[in-house]
Design a protein around this ligand. Structure first.
Ligand SMILES: C[S@@+](CC[C@H](N)C(=O)[O-])C[C@H]1O[C@@H](n2cnc3c(N)ncnc32)[C@H](O)[C@@H]1O
Length: 259
């Protein structure tokens, strides 16, 4: 079993002043607070965990989470599967530091953090029994090439569970949704304070809209998502929506001709 943190020294960023991107390390400071107050986020994580646990996978499965962020998915799944080995892949140091803290705090030892960009990563063909990714593909340049890579990294009998944020980001809609939920549980004063303290998250969400408008982030509907997966060689067993209809969730295997 590997360490919680194997390779956290290398960060890869694309610095193109003409393209807006989310500033992930700034977002990382507020990410979990935003997630805690967003019931649709918790539902999405629970949905991925329950679908993953339902799969018939080897006892000692190798699992890759692409764009693993602050580690919420792995930290929800790992306690159920102490014999699985998780690889947390994310290029952002801020996100990875939050994840590392979380894994240490929760005594999750069967995870290694890999700090590198997904599009520049390479793994041995067929080396993962389960590949997961939640709301990251849209922001990774070259989703078609990435999907082909994911296909090659997956074991012939493996499963890909991919959630992706494909619809136009509407920050006001999200703020109203989160505020309504918060007011119910915490009251108006606390809600106002949470919004003040985490204004950076809203700023970063606005950058998503800008990046989408510039064509820098992938905007897709369910069928475009499914088509892209099929083009990469996947067979899509299930395709549904989650995250208030902003994201697609696809459960995929390798198609027979690729076995
Ligand atoms: C919206 S967050 C989702 C995080 C996590 N999967 C979750 O659901 O909470 C997207 C994550 O993808 C990572 N990411 C974005 N582009 C990436 C790339 N090119 N390579 C690796 N990670 C990337 C970001 O650093 C960020 O942590």
């Amino acid at each position: 079993m590997r360490n919680v943190c194997d390779r956290m020294s290398k960060t890869t960023h694309r610095a193109d002043p003409n393209h807006t991107e989310i500033q992930w390390s700034k977002y990382a400071e507020h990410y979990d607070q935003m997630c805690e107050n967003n019931p649709s986020y918790t539902e999405m994580i629970e949905l991925v965990v329950s679908n993953a646990l339902d799969r018939d996978l080897p006892r000692t499965s190798q699992v890759l989470d692409i764009g693993a962020g602050t580690g919420n998915l792995i930290s929800s799944m790992a306690p159920h599967k102490p014999d699985w080995n998780f690889v947390h892949l994310d290029f952002d140091q801020g996100m990875n530091l939050k994840a590392k803290e979380k894994y240490l705090q929760q005594n999750i030892k069967n995870v290694s953090i890999l700090q590198q960009s997904a599009e520049d990563s390479s793994f041995t063909e067929g080396s993962f029994d389960l590949i997961l990714t939640t709301n990251a593909i849209y922001s990774i340049p070259g989703h078609e090439a990435l999907m082909e890579k994911i296909h090659s990294w997956l074991h012939p009998k493996g499963t890909l569970i991919a959630v992706d944020f494909g619809r136009p980001q509407n920050t006001t809609d999200w703020m109203i949704y989160i505020a309504k939920n918060l007011v119910k549980t915490k009251g108006i004063r606390k809600t106002a304070k949470i919004f003040r303290d985490n204004w950076e998250a809203a700023k970063q969400n606005r950058r998503t809209t800008e990046a989408q408008d510039q064509g820098n982030y992938w905007v897709h509907d369910s069928s475009e998502f499914q088509n892209a997966l099929e083009k990469a060689g996947f067979s899509v067993e299930k395709n549904s929506m989650c995250y208030r209809g902003y994201s697609d969730l696809a459960i995929c295997t390798k198609t027979l001709h690729s076995l």
